[in-house]
Design a protein around this ligand. Structure first.
Ligand code: AMP
Length: 285
């Protein structure tokens, strides 16, 4: 049976002391979210999915209003995936009058999405800290699709000594390689076809790294060219970073991460890819 909580107290009453898996989402669920939920269901006796469009992480009020919402469809998809608890709070349940606490992960939030969307990661860090403290999951699942977000969350989880573990999950892609995102549905048919350049840029860079190229400049040049070929796309950034600091690196090393952001028809699409397989833990550090 599916249990639905809309208040913090209902959620705590349903969960009791039992450990659970947890997948925080903003709703408008697609197969990327479902893959996280299905993994949580496999690895935990019970799984909680939250649906909360967090106003604090939207800089642009119009973007918040436009964000797709479809509770009935989301409830059905969650139920079909095997999760048994939904937490679907109103804004005032999460941010009651007088709420004034902010969590900020400083260095990791500075570049890339943080630079393009001032305050975005403060909003993410604040709500994720609050939700993890409320749900107290044994394992919480996050997509690598949002790589910088994943790093910010891993950092605050470690720094604040929050319980349980953070489980990174691989990016789910459409058949042409485009990472699934609730924003994709808002693209025109032409823009959607051109958006294939985003994963192509990343996979081109990975192929070059696999064939021995260790300099960053030729990788970025090849990746940028994929985007430049499509007239509706504008490259916001394409970079290769150290996967733990997210700082640009001079040469490709195992685990190096390519990050890309592209603007198309007023939307921003982001993606990322590991360029060389990271070293196994016993060989690194
Ligand atoms: P959102 O609802 O956009 O906040 O995303 C909720 C969770 O789903 C986050 O951990 C995202 O990283 C993850 N997610 C979103 N898209 C994908 C995808 N294509 N593949 C894997 N995970 C994803």
């Amino acid at each position: 049976v599916l249990e639905i909580a809309t208040t913090r107290d209902e959620l705590r009453a349903i969960l009791g002391a039992e450990a659970a898996g947890y997948v925080p989402t903003m709703g408008a669920l697609h197969q990327g979210h479902i893959s996280l939920i299905e993994r949580a269901v496999r690895e935990n006796a019970r799984t909680v999915v939250s649906l909360f469009v967090n106003p604090k992480q939207f800089g642009d009020p119009a973007d918040l209003v436009r964000y797709p919402r479809d509770r009935e469809r989301d409830f059905a998809a969650i139920s079909a995936s095997g999760a048994t608890v939904i937490f679907s709070p109103r804004e005032l349940e999460i941010y009651p009058p007088g709420f004034e606490t902010t969590i900020e992960v400083t260095s990791l939030s500075r570049r890339w999405e943080g630079a393009a969307r001032p305050g975005h990661f403060r909003g993410v860090a604040t709500v994720v800290t609050l939700l993890l403290s409320l749900v107290r999951p044994a394992r919480a699942y996050f997509g690598e699709k949002d790589f910088q977000q994943l790093r910010v969350i891993q950092r605050l989880h470690a720094d604040l000594g929050l319980p349980g573990s953070i489980v990174p999950c691989p990016t789910v892609r459409d058949s042409d390689g485009l990472a699934l995102s609730s924003r994709n549905a808002r693209l025109s048919a032409l823009a959607r076809r051109q958006a294939v350049a985003i994963p192509r840029a990343l996979f081109t860079m990975r192929d070059l790294a696999d064939s021995g190229e260790r300099e960053i400049a030729p990788l970025i040049a090849a990746g940028s060219q994929e985007v430049a070929k499509r007239d509706l796309l504008t490259l916001d950034y394409l970079t290769v970073v150290d996967p733990s600091t997210l700082e640009p690196i001079p040469t490709v090393v195992p685990g190096a991460r390519a990050l890309i952001a592209v603007s198309v028809e007023g939307l921003r699409l982001i993606d990322n890819l590991a360029l060389l397989e990271p070293l196994p833990a016993h060989l690194s550090g």
